[in-house]
Design a protein around this ligand. Sequence first.
Ligand SMILES: [Fe+2]
Ligand SMILES: [Fe+2]
Length: 194
Amino acid sequence: MSSHFDSTALEQELAKILPPQRYQHSVAVGETCVRLQHQYQEKFDEQELYQCGLMHDIARDWKVSALTQFAEEHHLSLEKEERDFAVLLHAPVGAALLEERGFPKQLCIAVRYHTIGSIHMGRMGLVLYIADYIEPNRMHLDDGDRASLLGEPTLEALCIRILEAESMHLRSKGKEITHSGLALRTLLKEGGRL
Ligand SMILES: [Fe+2]
Ligand SMILES: [Fe+2]
C-alpha cells in the first residue's frame, strides 16, 4: 500500500510544528531518500519514500518528559539504550504517532529504528538511516566525505561505512555503538541484506 497522504500538506504541517532547521533537515532527508532510490535503483513508491524521510523526526523536539510519558502510556517496546538515553525515544514515539495516523507499515518501521539502526528496520529503514546521516545540511560531513560514501556500490556497503564511522565517533567519546547497531553491522558485513 502506498501512502495516501499529500506531501504538500505534510510539509505545511511540519513547517508549523518544527523549528526551521529541523524542518529543513526533514525535507532534505526526504529528498535524499529519493536520491538514494534513484542511485541504487530501489523500487519504493516515491511519494511514500519521501514522506518517510520528511516525517522521521516528527517527535524530535518533544521534551524528554513528554517522550517518556508517551512511551509508557503506549507500552512501547524499547531497546536498553532508548531507556538510558531518552532523546532516542523520538524514533519509537514518532513511529507510533505515524502508525496511529495510518501511515504505511514499512514507513513506520523505518522511522522506528532510524536513530539506532536495526536488522528489523527493513529496506526503507536502510535508506532512511543512510539519508539521515548524509543529507546535505549535516555539518559533520564535507562534500568529499559525502562523495566518497556515495561512491559505495550498494546501500549495504554504504551503511557499513556509516556504522563504522559512528562507532569510531562514539568510541572517541568513551561510548559504544548500540547493540542494535552492532547486530546490523554484523549482519551486513556477513553479506546479509535487509
Ligand atoms: Fe531522528
Ligand atoms: Fe533526523
